[in-house]
Design a binder for this molecule. Structure first.
Ligand SMILES: Cc1cc2nc3c(=O)[nH]c(=O)nc-3n(C[C@H](O)[C@H](O)[C@H](O)COP(=O)(O)OP(=O)(O)OC[C@H]3O[C@@H](n4cnc5c(N)ncnc54)[C@H](O)[C@@H]3O)c2cc1C
Length: 503
């Protein structure tokens, strides 16, 4: 091989994972004085993938993710490096609760729920969401023995075993599995909420273990929590602040979820700007396959041209990667990651037309309610930057794994169903100023039981069959935007190591 030749890196997929990989590998190559030609190939006409913000009449509309967990700092560090650290905003102060829909009514999530586990007796005993029998069953967690092995199991299996069906179905599943648009009985607990399994192993009782966690966090944080993302829960504990909730340092510091003042796509546009002079960024370019060429790879494009790669990252969804890679065993492993198709309906109102107070971050809907809407974020209550003064912005979510029939509905019918359900559950009958339907086919990866083991098998198979090819993104090791950025950083390091080894 020609050791003097400029090394070539191809990154497939220009979502947040592909962009972050490009950003970090470009920095690493510069720092190590490695001459490399980096190409980022994106199928669509824009970068960012699911990170997609729209702006209309003063509203900031997130079509995919709307926020990130403050404790996952990779995105904060990235935004600071990109010079947009000051644009990080926290949730509006005082919006500290959310609801669960039950029989046409919204009930507050009982205070003290953490990862679906009750840690405060009074709110739990008085909630109408769980029957007396269900409450007694949940208390059995205090005496039940711990599971004897630490094999992976489903989130549903673990919570049903410890707390009973009702707590799972009425509270935990919509809050936790809802993040993945998933089914709790199929999602791997180790890949989604490993803390639950760790708590059982350490404390036997989830209630006792979570109570300890809550006390150790007090007084900063008090109630139910989520692992990666949250459609509706909002744990800003600030009772003071700037008034509008966004931007003030104290609010940002106290907020459990954060976002960007101009919408999350701000991160994408700044990444794009910082990369455009140093790497080759190709939009409207679809990759159709990857083949071997000695120690290198040939990347085939739909337009008939080819790129060559000494090392490459595939940051497309797993089902696309399965089609691109030539090895059957790798493709089969990739096909074990199913994706749910989801939609969301954005509704904008004049406050005066709605006539009810929306002092919460929204609500989730248990599967048993049999509704089209799976959750609704009261976006403008949660995020001050998303609506002009005197206006309200809501986002209703539709579709989850195994419940995707509504994607056959026309936009008109979908909006009709969503408005009818919002009227039944929230009492809003006003005519919206505008609505927007966002369809996201095959968008939410499902980490099924055994996911982490399969990821290890995938890494091992790639290292043997296609050394120098790395896979990353929401489908693999963390669905949240900060997880994708961390994966991008980790893959950039692997790309660098590969280039150094080849030199
Ligand atoms: C509705 C929704 C809400 C969410 N909410 C949150 C949230 O609030 N907070 C949070 O942290 N996370 C959230 N997530 C998760 C998070 O947004 C995603 O996990 C993350 O954006 C995935 O990024 P990615 O780069 O891995 O993949 P993607 O965004 O899917 O990007 C992959 C890219 O690959 C491109 N591509 C596909 N095929 C090819 C090909 N053949 N050739 C070239 N390019 C190709 C695609 O066009 C796309 O741009 C949400 C996700 C969804 C769908």
């Amino acid at each position: 091989m020609d050791k003097q030749r400029r090394k070539q890196i191809v990154i497939a997929g220009g979502g947040i994972t592909g962009l972050s990989t490009a950003y970090y590998v470009e920095q690493l190559c510069r720092a190590h004085a490695i001459e490399a030609e980096i190409v980022l190939v994106e199928k669509s006409d824009r970068f960012g993938g699911h990170v997609h913000t729209g702006k209309k009449d003063g509203f900031v509309i997130e079509r995919g993710p709307d926020s990130f967990l403050a404790r996952k700092t990779s995105i904060i560090e990235l935004m600071q490096e990109l010079g947009i650290g000051d644009d990080i905003v926290g949730t509006r102060p005082g919006i500290s609760h959310s609801y669960i829909a039950y029989r046409n009514q919204l009930h507050p999530i009982p205070d003290g729920f953490m990862l679906g586990v009750p840690t405060k007796w009074k709110p739990f005993l008085t909630t109408k969401l769980i029957s007396v029998r269900g409450k007694v069953r949940a208390a059995a967690d205090l005496v039940l023995p711990r599971k004897s092995n630490v094999e992976d199991e489903s989130l549903g299996q673990l919570l049903r075993r410890r707390l009973g069906d009702e707590v799972l179905e009425q509270i935990a599943e919509p809050l936790l599995a809802g993040i993945y648009a998933g089914n709790a009985d199929a999602l791997s607990v180790q890949a989604t909420f490993p803390m639950l399994q760790e708590t059982e192993q350490k404390h036997r009782s989830l209630i006792v273990g979570m109570l300890g966690v809550r006390k150790s966090r007090a007084p900063k944080q008090t109630t139910q929590s989520s692992q990666t993302t949250s459609k509706t829960t909002n744990k800003s504990t600030s009772k003071t602040g700037s008034g509008n909730g966004s931007g003030s340092t104290s609010t940002v510091k106290k907020s459990m979820f954060l976002s960007a003042r101009g919408g999350l796509e701000e991160v994408v546009t700044h990444l794009e700007k910082s990369l455009s002079s140093s790497i080759n960024m190709m939009k409207n370019t679809e990759i159709s396959g990857v083949t071997h060429e000695g120690e290198r790879y040939v990347v085939h494009l739909h337009n008939g041209t080819k790129l060559h790669a000494d090392a490459m990252v595939i940051a497309t969804p797993a089902h696309v990667a399965a089609r691109l890679l030539p090895d059957e065993s790798i493709s089969k492993l990739l096909q074990t990651i199913p994706y749910a198709s989801v939609m969301n309906v954005v509704l904008a109102y004049r406050e005066q037309d709605v006539g009810i107070s929306l002092e919460a971050s929204g609500f989730v809907v248990p599967r048993k309610e049999g509704r089209t809407v799976t959750a609704c974020t009261w976006t403008s209550s949660k995020w001050a930057h998303t609506a002009p003064e005197g206006h309200i912005l809501l986002r209703a979510y539709v579709g989850k794994y195994g419940q995707e029939n509504d994607d056959q509905l026309s936009d008109e019918k979908l909006v009709h169903h969503v408005r009818r359900e919002l009227e039944e559950m929230m009492g809003i009958s006003a005519e919206p100023i505008f609505t927007e339907v966002n369809r996201l086919p095959d968008a939410m990866p499902q980490y099924k039981v055994g996911h982490l083991e399969r990821m290890q098998d995938l890494d091992d198979a790639l290292a043997t069959v296609m050394p120098g090819v790395y896979l990353g993104g929401g489908g693999y090791r963390g669905i949240g935007v900060p997880d994708c950025i961390s994966q991008g950083k980790a893959m950039a390091n692997k790309l660098l190591t590969r280039l150094i080894d080849m030199a």
